[in-house]
Structure formats: C-alpha cells, structure tokens
Write a protein that binds this ligand. Sequence first.
Ligand code: FES
Length: 368
Amino acid sequence: MPEYTLRIRRYDPQSGEAAHWDDHQVEMEGHVSVLEAILRVKNEQDGSIGIRCSCRAAICGSCGVRINGKPGLACNTHLEDAAKRPTKKTATGEDTVIEVEPMGNMPVIRDLIVDMDAVHWKKIQRVTPWLINKEPIPEREYIVPHENMVDVTQTMACIQCGACVSDCLSMEVDPLFVGPAALAKSYRFVGDPRDAEQYERLHDLSEDEHGIYDCTHCFNCVDACPKDVAPMDQIMRLRRVAGSDQKIEDRNNGQRHEKAFVKNIERNGLLHEADLLTDSYGGKFHPRAMPELLGSLPVAAKGMTRGKMPLKGALLHPHKASPEVKQIFKQVESRPDRYELNLYVVGYEDEEESSATPAATPTESESA
Ligand code: FES
C-alpha cells in the first residue's frame, strides 16, 4: 500500500505561537480522500488537529482546504491526485507529499478551520440571498420558463464551500470586494424571472465601488470551484444584464474603462493607451479625467525617459482603424440583441414529451 506524507499546517491564534507544519505518515490506497487521511491521522496520531467536515460526500461544503496550494474539498480529492501537484516547498510533485493548509482570504480559527462567518457568509448576506416574490402571488405555483431555470441552474449548484473566495486575487487586494461566491449567488436571483427586484439588486451592486467591476478576470474562482459554478462567468452575466439590459451606470470605473477600450480600438484599430486613461474618465476635458491625468504624469515621465513611450507616440497615434476593423464593428453592432443563456445543464427533450426533464450533464458553460 502506498505511503504518503501528510504535511498539515498547524496554527492556533490563541496560543501566541507562530504557524508551523507537522508531518504525518499514512499508509492508504491512492483513491482514498485527503479528508479520510486527515481523519485517520487525527484518530490515530494527533487528536488536536482542527478540521471541519460533515457529509464526506462533496455536498455540505464544510471541508474546504488548500491541498498542495490549490483550494478544494478534502473529501473530494484523492490522495494520488493531490500528491501529483507541486508543493510549496518543492515546486514540483514529490508524489508522496501532500500539504494541507487552511483556505485563504479568511481568518484562521485553528489549523484547517477558517472563519467563514467573518468573510464568506457576511458577503453572501450582502446580496440578499433569497427570492423576493413578484406580486400578486399566484394561487398555484409560478411557472418558470425552462430556459430561465437552465440559466440559473449553474449558480444553484454552489455548495458554499468558499474555495472561490479562498483564491480570489481581487479580494486579496481589496477585502471589501463583494467576491465571487456572493456575486454568483446574486445572479441566481437576478436571472430568476420570479424575482421582483432584478433592477434594485443590480443597481445596488452598481452603486458599490467594490461590486461587479472589481473582478479582474483572473479565472482563479473558475479553477477553484469543485462544482463548476464558474463564479466569474456569473459576474460577467451580472455586468451584461446591468449594463446592456438595464442600462445601469456602474460607479466603479471598470465599466467606463471597458467602453473606452472598445471605442479606442474602433477608432484606432490598435490600442492607443494615452487616450485610454482619459476616455475611461469621460474624455480629456472631463473634470473627472484631470486628476487622473495629473496622477499618471510621473509614470508617463518615467516611460518617456526610459524610451518606452516616445512623446510623439503619446500625443499622436499614427493608426486609424482599417476598413476591416470598422466592418467587424458594423457587423457586431447590427446584430439583433444578444440573448445569452447559461447552458450549464444540457440535454435533449423528447419532441412528443416536451416537458421531459433534461439530462443533467454538467459541461463547460457556453453562450448562445
Ligand atoms: Fe461535506 Fe466535504 S465533508 S463537502
């Protein structure tokens, strides 16, 4: 039977001692989960190890940890798969060493247990995580169009394990960011036609400087999620519904930046970065742009002295968009309104039985 070294990060904030790693040897089959190995060590070698778990079946979301640097569920990760990942110390897989540490972006209560209340649940509460009924309430059940349920099913798969929060780079820089889990939860109700407050929800998020435009598309949440919820995709859907459908202007400058970027390419064919900054703040002469422009002068001066940004290039842009680029824009803009569905659940309906349940086959999320 293969032997693994289970390297567990130990930390008790109340002890006043620094965190350290403890190594334990376990002899177990490679298909056994990391959680089972931790529980074996806890039962047989060191009962003081702090770990949170319940279902042991990837349903309750309570055993979220980082295993060899990657967040996930300990009960859903096989020892042999975990050991193949590079560890922090070796940067390559040692094939037998499995480092287990608490999730990131949340304070540690003890060893592998993090304070989900302090971060994760607080942010979930922030987005009003329940359905607000439309009035009048029908006497019988609401009939929801099939496409709408398909659209929100992906977010409904979330088990609130916090893996996406653990590795969110934006949250690391800005702890006030609403975050991937809460925003995915928000889309669950924004995309539900039974909810009476789609506009209010989106407006509320758009008024928050740490809202939907704080996401930097790092894809970490997509990689981390053990249930393929792809929180970043849900954030992009929130942006689309808020900006394109509801015409809500976001307080965060990201929305203006996105528009300025598109306009810049349409005008110049190639990106003219000197214009991008001012356009993102409403144009060269907009009062909002002036402080930003002044603030960027030291960086611009540095770029010029180091030859990275010639003065002529900064002031004049030699490129004009070619007819081909203009044609692409024309073609895209002349299309009818885009209708996007989150096709997480796909399947084929029997033509005669249109009410048949679709096959629940999780796939990569797609756009149609
Ligand atoms: Fe429930 Fe792992 S113990 S998800």
